[in-house]
Design a protein around this ligand. Structure first.
Ligand code: LMR
Length: 329
C-alpha cells in the first residue's frame, strides 16, 4: 500500500514538474486584412518582435496578414468567440458596436494626421478606446494609416459632378454610404479582400483609400484616375477580447502593454513616410494618373459632402465633434 502511495506521489510530482517545465506559451493570433508592407502590416510584425522579446517563452504571436485567417466580415465575431486575440479594423468598421467612432469618418473633419493624433491622444480620444467594453471589446491603441484619396476608372475626377452615377466600393460604414449618396453616386459595402477584383471586372467604378493600400493592393493598375482629395482617413483601433485580456497573468499583460505602446509609436511614425513613398511609386508606375485638385475644386467636394455631418451628429454627439475640430488648431 505504502509503495503504491509513494509511486502515486512520485507520478503526481513528475506531472506537476512537467506541467511547469513545459508550460505552453500564450498563443496570440493577430489577424488583419492588409499587406505586410503597409503601416498596419509593419506594426503587427513589430508588435510580435517586441512581445516575444519582452516575454520570452511566455507568449507566441502569430501574425496573419491579407485576410488569410479572417476577412472583414468575420474578424470581429472571431475575436468575440476567442478564435483570434488581436485585430485592428479601420475605425470605419465599428458601426455595429458604437456610433461614436463615426466621428473619424466625417468628411473633411481632420486637416491632417497630426490633428488626428492630437485628438486620439486627448481625453475624448482616449475614452473612445473603452467605448465598446460592454460589448466585450477592449481598445489597446490607435494606429495611423493616412488620408484617403478617391479613385475611378474614368479619365477625370476633378469635381463632385464627375462622381455622379458612379459605383464606389465602401467599407461597412453608414457615414461613408451617406458621403457617396451626397455625391449622387452609388456606394456598395464590400470586404477589402474583394476590392481589386470588383474594380478589375467593373462591378464598381471606384473606391477610396490611402496611397499605401492603393499601391499594395495594385488598385492603381485597374483604375484610371486617383484624385488627391484627402477627404477622409483610414485609421485603426487595435482591439482585443476584454474577457481574455483580463484573465491574462499580470506580468504577461504588462509586457504586452509595453510592446503595444512601442509598436504603436513605431507604426505611427512609419505611416506618413510609407504613404508618401507609395504615392511616388504609383506616380512612377504611370498606370493611373494622379489628379491634383485646386483649392476651389476641393471646396466643391467639401460642400457636396457637408450634409453628412448633420445627419450623423446626433449619434456621435456634438461635443465629440467639437473636440475633434479643436485638434486642428
Ligand atoms: C479598407 O477596407 O479599405 C481598409 O479598411 C483596409 C485596411 O484595413 O486598411
Amino acid at each position: 500500500m505504502k509503495r503504491l502511495a509513494l509511486a502515486a506521489a512520485v507520478a503526481a510530482f513528475a506531472l506537476g514538474t512537467a506541467g511547469t517545465a513545459f508550460a505552453q506559451p500564450v498563443v496570440i493570433k493577430f489577424s488583419h486584412v492588409v499587406a505586410e508592407k503597409t503601416p498596419k502590416g509593419q506594426g503587427a510584425l513589430k508588435f510580435k518582435e517586441l512581445a516575444e522579446k519582452k516575454l520570452p517563452g511566455k507568449v507566441q504571436v502569430q501574425v496573419f496578414p491579407s485576410s488569410q485567417l479572417f476577412g472583414d466580415a468575420k474578424e470581429m465575431e472571431a475575436l468575440l468567440l476567442g478564435d483570434v486575440q488581436l485585430i485592428a479594423p479601420s475605425l470605419s468598421k465599428f458601426d455595429r458596436y458604437t456610433k461614436k467612432l463615426q466621428v473619424f469618418d466625417l468628411p473633411f473633419l481632420f486637416q491632417d494626421i497630426a490633428a488626428v493624433d492630437r485628438f486620439q491622444a486627448g481625453a475624448e480620444g482616449k475614452a473612445l478606446l473603452d467605448e465598446m467594453r460592454s460589448k466585450g471589446i477592449k481598445g489597446l491603441a490607435y494606429w495611423h494609416n493616412g488620408m484617403k484619396q478617391l479613385s475611378t476608372n474614368r479619365e477625370q475626377l476633378r469635381v463632385p459632378a464627375d462622381a455622379k452615377g458612379l459605383k464606389f466600393r465602401i467599407q461597412a460604414s453608414d457615414v461613408l454610404e451617406a458621403q457617396f449618396r451626397a455625391l449622387n453616386a452609388n456606394p456598395q459595402k464590400m470586404a477589402f479582400s474583394e476590392v481589386y477584383q470588383a474594380l478589375q471586372t467593373g462591378v464598381v467604378d471606384g473606391q477610396e483609400n490611402t496611397w499605401s493600400n492603393i499601391y499594395s493592393q495594385k488598385f492603381h493598375e485597374v483604375q484610371k484616375t486617383i484624385a488627391e482629395t484627402n477627404h477622409g482617413l483610414i485609421e485603426y483601433m487595435v482591439i482585443t477580447n476584454a474577457g481574455w485580456w483580463d484573465k491574462l497573468p499580470a506580468d504577461v499583460r504588462k509586457g504586452l502593454e509595453e510592446a503595444m505602446a512601442e509598436a504603436t509609436a513605431y507604426a505611427n511614425k512609419l505611416a506618413f513616410d510609407l504613404n508618401e513613398a507609395d504615392r511616388k511609386k504609383i506616380a512612377d508606375a504611370g498606370k493611373a494618373g494622379i489628379q491634383k485638385l485646386s483649392k476651389e475644386d476641393l471646396a466643391q467636394w467639401q460642400k457636396a459632402m457637408e450634409p453628412v455631418w448633420k445627419k450623423f451628429e446626433p449619434g456621435i454627439g456634438a461635443n465629440l465633434i467639437k473636440a475633434a475640430q479643436k485638434a486642428n488648431q
